[in-house]
Design a protein around this ligand. Sequence first.
Ligand SMILES: [Zn+2]
Length: 318
Amino acid sequence: MTTSYLSIDVPFEFRHTCWFCGEPYYESHAFMAKPNYDGQSEPIMVPCCQECFSFSNDIKVSSLDILRDKVKEKLHKKYQKHLQIGVNWTKEELEDSEFEGKALEGFRESGWKMFEIAKERVNYRGWAVSIDGIPVEGLTTAFQFEFDGIVYTSLNHAVTQLATAYAIPQPYLEQVIELVGRDKMAYALRFCKTSYGYSAAEREASLASLRALLAEEKANKSEEKKVSKRGRKVPISEIKELILFRTMISPYAIQWALEHGATTLHALAQQEDAFFEHFNQESELTAFTYFNALQVYLEQRENDHEWAETSDPNKHLF
Ligand SMILES: [Zn+2]
């Protein structure tokens, strides 16, 4: 029997601490990779609390970070009810609640504490792993997903746990997340909770209305973008003067058009009064000349798309 092993370094402040969850030390788990892709020759000793020690002994994985994630998932599962206290209550609500009877009073007094302990344990980040001062490379936390102050090992793990906590069918929550994106978990949960029902037909109807809503939001956004592109004041130095059909198009007229979103003949006609009001301050002749020139310019842009896209010296401003 071999007695040879490696121990992960334990910084002073973490002596007597479980690497997985931060609880007091009980015993070290002798980790051997399985499958052993990297040809690990000796067990690596990882400090554990009693609970994480018994969890890790049942887990066969190829690396320490996967072991950590599996232990965390077991903690999540075991303490799901405690973690759920934070979903269902706030600290204040729990304190103000009027539970009666011994068991329920006990819940009121210890409930939040249980939630906080469970949360600290699943969120515990351990410390950077090194052996004899040499960092162990390749341990990743890249897949972790945090929601509502709780860390999950992956998005998939979060969906599984949250679907249970919120009593939502898991495939339904998955579909909604897929539509709205992983960064909108709160929105997805709200949407699922306010769905009319969870039968196949009801879910399909809700998903269809969500798709329509998202498409509409997207359209609104791109419309807003267009407006904001038009409605900006471009410095006069960036606008090129040009001559079309012997008409000189003033950069000042173009500047006004860009600033007011009057970049089509139709839009210009709607703002004709405003245009004249502005340029009449210089002179009526200026206003008339500028307006006429701008019409020529916009007409040319509308009639000859190729010219507008390639030859207009101000094409990048529209
Ligand atoms: Zn532990």
